[in-house]
Design a protein around this ligand. Structure first.
Ligand code: SF4
Length: 56
């Protein structure tokens, strides 16, 4: 399991600095590497648009 960023990401960059394992990469839409994510939820808390959630 990992957190995922939806297509509604506005690429604001708020999540990158809070990730303890540097699992988030930049782009037109940001992405979380599921092999690195430790499911801490910090990025979801930091996201101002609420587009980060735990994968089903
Ligand atoms: Fe990084 Fe935690 Fe978000 Fe996973 S849940 S991408 S470890 S901040």
């Amino acid at each position: 399991m990992a957190y995922v960023i939806s297509e509604d990401c506005v690429a604001c960059g708020s999540c990158i600095s809070v990730c303890p394992v540097d699992a988030i990469s930049e782009g037109s839409i940001y992405k979380i590497d599921p092999s690195l994510c430790i499911d801490c939820g910090s990025c979801a808390d930091a996201c101002p648009t609420g587009v980060i959630s735990q994968a089903q």
